[in-house]
Write a protein that binds this ligand. Structure first.
Ligand code: HEM
Length: 481
């Protein structure tokens, strides 16, 4: 079913679409995006209107935060990967899109996510992160298990008390401690930060992401407050300082290593803070609720299959959760990939055309000029029916199982690269790629070692999905019981 990414036919066509009137067009589109249409409809309706998955449009926030809201959107599985090609796109200062948060939110530095691979500091910082993750690889499984088994124990006591347990709140606290302990061996909650880490982190994240979110207030308040001007950085300075203190102390070994790579301690520390708090914590804040929601909706039949696979592999490994045992769990891995495909936690990607380009979609080839902003809305590309067929919009747990299934992995793009490719200092693919797929699987393992099945209600919140546990059935057999 997968269509070829190679080859194109016919002379390049101009990209269809419209930006409307200056300023007014962009503001009107912003309101469509947030309030009148919503994200998915915003893109789908433009694909339909112009009969093309490569289409010109404005993207938020627009005036007055973004100098230029105009983009060429690439919205199918075939055109999207142009954003991964470092010969074709430049990725300088566009991690958050058409606006860039003030560098006073990151100690005055442009941190790794905003650097193009052609900038020497990009190589140094990304190498520091690869080294850090490698040096801590044996800590991930035990640290994950101790943190998340304690989360599930709290779920059970809340269920007993109140008949429900809000997963997102528990996840925020647990993921923040888990990451600190996994990367640096020091739980943030056991330092001066106390229990305040996740709240300080969330506030700092909002200061960077407010142009791209709605918090459910009336449009008349949100527009001036969130979508027109930057929130002043000084209001979050104290929170940042407290976080920085944790990283500069707990991250001592990583910082020593960074100096060896030619980074100053200070630049390395602001980067550690960003990669840990924004990239990692921000990622897990969205990843686990999305994964849990899909598994909850999968129902008892899926739970039974996961129980059998997980407990079987753990029993074979002598009752231990080892990396080798986790590698044997094909359905579990497919479930994690399917969730990342259906609900990619980071939905927007951007890149400036480095030269005049021809971009091929399923339907044609389009001409783009040097300097134009390319933009991908990932859910359109990873739910492309011409690759994933009539079930493209559904959660199919075993989609990636077996030889046929694994051929589809090249169309999973959550890490800003194909799932079949690897991050390096020369590209912009997420250096946490393997870590993320591992902790996703560990999350499923922990659930089904402990429970035969569970129920939950699923909703939405600021950055993604919200999940409330409503019941759990404790394991009746195997190593989890
Ligand atoms: C880059 C997603 C976890 C560190 C990226 C990008 C995406 C992404 C889409 C590319 C952004 C762009 O340039 O347009 C995610 C998701 C995660 C996650 C969905 C979790 C669910 C992590 C973790 C780390 C990390 C655990 C820890 C090291 C980074 C860094 C970059 C990056 C440093 C910039 C890479 C570069 O400049 O070459 N991530 N990420 N991320 N991610 Fe992740």
């Amino acid at each position: 079913m997968a269509s070829s990414d190679q080859g194109s036919s016919g002379a390049p066509k101009p990209v269809p679409g419209s930006y409307g009137l200056p300023v007014i067009g962009a503001v009107r589109d912003r309101l469509d995006f947030y309030y009148f249409q919503g994200q998915n409809k915003y893109f789908e309706s433009r694909i339909e209107r112009y009969g093309s998955t490569v289409v010109r449009m404005n993207v938020p926030p627009g005036p007055f935060m973004a100098k230029d809201p105009r983009v060429v959107a690439v919205l199918d599985a075939k055109s999207f990967p142009v954003l991964f090609d470092m010969d074709k796109v430049e990725k300088k200062n566009l991690f958050t899109g058409t606006y860039m948060p003030s560098t006073s939110l990151t100690g005055g530095y442009r941190v790794c996510s905003y650097l193009d691979p052609s900038e020497p500091t990009h190589t140094k910082v990304k190498q520091m992160l690869f080294n850090l993750l490698l040096s801590r690889k044996d800590e991930v499984i035990p640290t994950f298990r101790s943190n998340f088994s304690s989360l599930l124990a709290t779920v059970e006591s809340e269920l007993a008390k109140a008949g429900k347990a809000e997963f997102n709140k528990l996840n925020d606290v647990t993921s923040f401690d888990f990451i600190g302990e996994a990367y640096f061996g020091v739980r943030p909650s056991s330092t001066d930060l106390g229990s305040g880490g996740p709240t300080k982190a969330a506030k700092w994240l909002i200061w960077q992401l407010h142009p791209l979110v709605t918090i459910g207030l009336p449009m008349i308040l949100e527009e001036p407050l969130l979508h027109t001007f930057h929130l002043p950085p000084f209001l979050v300075k104290g929170d940042y300082k407290a976080l920085y203190k944790y990283y500069s102390t707990a991250g001592k070994q990583a910082l020593d290593m960074a100096e060896g790579l030619g980074l100053s301690r200070e630049e390395a520390c602001h980067n550690l803070l960003f990669a840990t708090t924004f990239n990692s914590y921000g990622g897990l804040k969205v990843l686990f609720p999305g994964l849990l929601a899909n598994i909850a909706n999968g129902g008892e039949k899926l739970h039974e299959r996961l129980v059998a696979e997980i407990r079987g592999a753990v029993a074979e490994a002598g009752g231990k959760v080892t990396l080798a045992a986790v590698e044997k769990m094909e359905l579990t891995k497919s479930v994690v990939w399917e969730s990342l495909r259906l609900d990619p936690p980071v939905k927007f990607q951007y890149g400036h055309a480095k030269k005049d380009l021809e971009i091929a979609s399923h339907d044609g080839v389009f001409a783009v000029k040097k300097g134009e902003m390319l933009f991908g809305y990932q859910p359109c590309a990873t739910k492309d029916a011409r690759v994933f067929g009539s079930t493209a919009g559904q959660f199919v747990p075993d989609r990636f199982v077996g030889d046929e299934g694994s051929k589809l992995l090249q169309y999973v793009y959550w890490s800003n690269g194909r799932e079949t490719e690897s991050p390096s200092v020369d590209n912009k693919q997420c250096p946490g790629k393997n870590f993320v797929v591992l902790v996703g699987r560990l999350f499923v393992v922990e659930l089904f070692l402990r429970y035969d099945t569970f129920t939950a209600t699923v909703g939405t919140e600021l950055l993604g999905t919200s999940v409330v546990f409503t019941g759990v059935t404790k394991a009746t057999s195997g190593p989890g019981s």
